[in-house]
Write a protein that binds this ligand. Structure first.
Ligand SMILES: CC(C)(COP(=O)(O)OP(=O)(O)OC[C@H]1O[C@@H](n2cnc3c(N)ncnc32)[C@H](O)[C@@H]1OP(=O)(O)O)[C@@H](O)C(=O)NCCC(=O)NCCS
Length: 433
């Protein structure tokens, strides 16, 4: 478990100063104040192009955000009831890495009012988050993103890919052995509890995973404050192993085009603690009567679906960036994970922000543990902090970035480090945060 509470970290003085020069007040928001938190919630919803939140929705958001550090940007001299023009929140999450976990500064709710865009407010917010995290000694920051071109400039790299999977069940067939346990429908309240429970037990198996939170599971189970229309269509199923223990859960909905009698199943979330649970839940979806098509966003890149079906050509898998990481403390981050093979490499990392800038000799011993010492020796591998952050989780090979000209280095050193960084199973973040 992580011990740092992000709420104890004050607003970053440098961003406060810079935004003040632009005519803004940058400060930590008091989420316990009903009016202030309602304004913060309304600003985030507006920023993400959502509808005006209801009182019940605001109450739900407040409960989640009470656990986080919330920062708002306000025009100087604004009336007390004006909404913030910039928002962000953050907390310290335990992120799984090979051999354990490390603290990660999770960043969310980055919005800037459309009336105040492109004036450097997002830059002030993001740089402020990085400085706050570094000041608290957190070795890494992370986020999931709406657009892939916003965060590279701050040193984030697209470390963790996700797959969008579509199965044409009319032709897919099924090639996998039956799972020995049983499936049963569950109501939504129990589904939310099951999704959470299985995620908590399963997340240590995948680099990149972080804990979820109550509202995330309720939403995936189709329970939201005001019962959105989409909630009604959500159903839940769980898998119990041969000994009756809960091992997997899935929320899904079915959509039937008019007069077709053949539906599409959309998997909202599938979480499994064992291979057989995953097989059983996929089997439920692919072999469901009257379903022609199964769609799932956010699957791991090494999801077994291609090998569960008889005809791989019935499955479309599209990869995309999902989890972005940003190293802040290179020695702590490298020492914090295990490696898959030996390496003895001098790394030169460039970071315009300075947090990760430096040169280190990285030696991985037979147990996979790394020793990391600052050095003035000539570099074997030179790369930017965004590139190191991209390969850190072991899902994107260093050699792939070298082939793209994004990393410079001597071929043997690149190859050794690339192998050492590799993680199996592939890293994954199964939720948006
Ligand atoms: C994305 C968003 C936060 C940017 O806010 P902003 O205050 O206009 O951004 P800034 O003025 O600080 O711009 C900082 C840099 O980011 C760039 N940038 C801003 N928005 C961008 C976008 N959508 N795509 C690519 N680059 C973007 C700017 O061009 C600027 O580049 P530079 O300084 O390197 O030349 C804002 O447009 C927004 O709230 N969008 C809707 C919500 C959203 O998508 N949030 C992101 C959640 S992951």
């Amino acid at each position: 478990m992580t011990s740092t509470d992000a709420r104890t970290v004050p607003a970053d003085a440098t961003s406060a100063e810079r935004l003040k020069d632009g005519g803004y007040e940058y400060r930590v928001v008091d989420i316990s104040d009903e009016d202030e938190s309602a304004r913060f919630a309304r600003a985030t919803q507006r920023g993400f192009l959502g509808a005006e939140p209801t009182f019940a929705e605001i109450t739900e958001m407040r409960a989640t955000w009470a656990e986080r550090r919330n920062v708002g940007v306000y025009p100087q001299g604004a009336e007390a009831d004006e909404l913030p023009v910039g928002t962000v929140n953050s907390w310290v999450a335990d992120m799984t890495v090979p051999g354990g976990s490390i603290p990660m500064w999770a960043i969310s709710m980055v919005t800037v009012s459309a009336t105040h865009r492109r004036r450097g407010i997002a830059r002030g917010l993001l740089e402020g988050e990085l400085r706050a995290a570094a000041s608290a000694g957190i070795p890494m920051a992370g986020l999931t993103v709406t657009e892939a071109t916003i965060y590279g400039r701050y040193g984030f790299g697209p470390a963790i890919q996700a797959a969008r999977v579509v199965v044409d069940t009319r032709t897919a067939g099924w090639a996998a052995p039956a799972a020995p346990g049983r499936l049963e429908y569950v109501d939504k309240a129990l589904l939310a509890i099951d999704l959470d429970a299985v995620h908590e037990r399963a997340r240590s198996a995948r680099t990149g995973q972080i804990p979820g939170w109550s509202r995330r599971w309720l939403g995936l189970a189709g329970i939201t404050a005001d019962g959105a229309k989409t909630d009604a269509a959500v159903r839940g199923i769980r898998y119990l192993d041969a000994d009756g223990r809960l091992r997997g859960a899935m929320s899904f909905s079915l959509q039937e085009p008019p007069n077709s009698h053949h539906s599409t199943m959309t998997i909202r979330h599938l979480v499994a603690e064992t291979d057989e649970a995953q097989r059983a839940l996929w089997g439920f979806a692919v072999n469901h009567d009257l379903v022609d098509r199964v769609e799932s966003a956010l699957r791991p890149t090494d999801d077994p679906i291609l090998h569960l079906v008889a005809d791989q050509r019935s499955v479309e898998v599209a990869l995309h960036d999902h989890g972005w990481l940003r190293l802040l403390d290179v020695p702590a981050a490298l020492r914090g994970r295990r490696f898959a093979g030996p390496a003895d490499v001098v790394l030169r990392v460039t970071d315009p922000y300075g947090f990760a800038d430096g040169a280190w000799r990285v030696r991985v011993d037979a147990s996979g543990a790394a020793s990391v010492e600052e050095t003035t020796a000539a570099a074997d591998v030179t790369l930017g902090v965004a590139e190191l952050s991209t390969v850190y989780a072991g899902g994107v090979p260093l050699s792939q970035l070298a082939a793209a000209g994004r990393v410079n280095g001597e071929a043997d050193a690149v190859s050794a480090l690339s192998h050492a960084l590799h993680t199996d199973p592939a890293p994954f973040v199964s939720i948006w945060y």
